[in-house]
Design a protein around this ligand. Structure first.
Ligand SMILES: Nc1ncnc2c1ncn2[C@@H]1O[C@H](COP(=O)(O)OP(=O)(O)OP(=O)(O)O)[C@@H](O)[C@H]1O
Length: 264
């Protein structure tokens, strides 16, 4: 469960560079709910994910994860609750370590122990099994460096890593944006399967309006730090990309001059 109450984040407060990235966002995701977040550049999407994960400090408001108020907890103390996959396939893993070592570290997430302890505990069979499920042949390459993998393979493994240790919340920050369409589809399908299997509460940021309507059961649009659209159920089912574009226009008070919004 994720609960965000009246969350505000202001960067560089009191300076000429002051920027209100979130202006009172309230949002509740029930257990195992999968919500897509869409919004124009600078809308506050990454800031929202960062504030939930603990990388970004809340200026005011509250963040509650699985019933625990984590607003003042640092990121590492939230990690037993939260797993995160970023846009950059290089961001969430260590390229110099082997695939097996990266998976072992992921398994140790949220525990105060190092690689050696993690490697001692990890079951090679588990790592091999979870890698084999991807159908990419990675189970035979576990000793190879993570850096030798393609972007798509790395993002697929990042998802496996995110779901190795028991966490309930998965935050996805445009995690397919750097992939070609075929790999993006593979990773999205994997996302859906893992979310269902582990009953994860998912917040997925995307620039693709198609993805925002096709994945999960609810779509949220952020604009200038506020939620301007929150649709679910039959209302969402009937929503078209044209409708979403119209919502963007409404939010922006005119035409869309957005180079990163994708209708596909
Ligand atoms: N660390 C920071 N310091 C100062 N300003 C920041 C910082 N992080 C984000 N901002 C500003 O806060 C606003 C929201 O940024 P954020 O990255 O959350 O937007 P976004 O919706 O994820 O955008 P995009 O789609 O372009 O990634 C932007 O104006 C951004 O410039």
């Amino acid at each position: 469960m994720i609960e965000v109450a009246d969350l505000a984040v202001t960067f560089n407060a009191g300076t000429p560079l002051e920027r209100q990235a979130l202006r009172g966002v309230s949002l509740r995701l029930e257990n195992a709910e999968f919500v897509c977040v869409i919004g124009s550049n600078g809308a506050g999407k990454s800031t929202l994910l960062g504030a939930i994960a603990g990388d970004v400090a809340a200026t005011s408001g509250r963040v509650v994860l699985s019933g625990q108020d984590v607003t003042r907890l640092p990121a590492e103390e939230r990690s037993p609750h939260v797993a995160r996959v970023f846009q950059d396939p290089l961001a969430g893993s260590c390229g110099n370590l082997s695939i097996a070592e990266n998976l072992a570290l992921a398994l140790a997430r949220g525990r105060r122990r190092g690689l050696r302890a993690a490697l001692g505990r990890v079951s090679l069979a588990t790592v091999r099994e979870r890698s084999a499920e991807l159908g990419l042949g990675l189970e035979d390459r576990l000793d190879q460096p993570m850096g030798s993998l393609s972007g798509g393979q790395r993002q697929a493994l990042a998802l496996v890593m995110a779901t190795l240790a028991p966490s309930s919340v998965l935050l996805l920050d445009e995690h397919t944006a750097a992939l070609d369409p075929r790999n993006a589809e593979f990773v999205l399908d994997l996302t859906r399967r893992l979310a269902e299997r582990f009953k994860l509460t998912v917040l997925m940021v995307t620039h693709s309006m198609r993805q925002a309507l096709d994945y999960g059961s609810r779509t949220i649009m952020l604009h200038e730090g506020r939620i301007v659209l929150d649709v679910t159920g039959p209302e969402r089912h009937d929503l078209t990309i044209e409708d979403l574009l119209a919502e963007f226009r409404k939010a922006r008070g005119g035409e869309i001059s957005e180079d990163r919004l994708l209708v596909g």
